[in-house]
Design a protein around this ligand. Structure first.
Ligand SMILES: [Zn+2]
Ligand SMILES: [Zn+2]
Length: 72
């Protein structure tokens, strides 16, 4: 079973052990406190957040008022 260590470089939590239980260990550590100095094999980390926004195109239908002047 793997265990967490205090990284002396960044002050966050690193890991030690066999390296096969890192997904469990990674989940037990708070977000933002994971050491980035050592790799976490087997752990999927959200490196970059990509937000795609769909722009809604508003089509305005201009209804031109037709004024018909009826002469008497
Ligand atoms: Zn382990
Ligand atoms: Zn570190």
């Amino acid at each position: 079973m793997c265990y967490r260590l205090d990284c002396k470089k960044c002050g966050k939590y690193s890991w030690g052990g066999c390296g096969k239980h890192l997904s469990t260990l990674y989940g037990s550590i708070e977000q933002g406190k994971h050491c980035n100095c050592h790799p976490w094999p087997g752990v999927v980390m959200p490196s970059s957040q990509t937000t795609t926004q769909n722009k809604e195109t508003v089509t305005q239908n201009k209804c031109a008022p037709t004024t018909s002047t009826a002469g008497i």
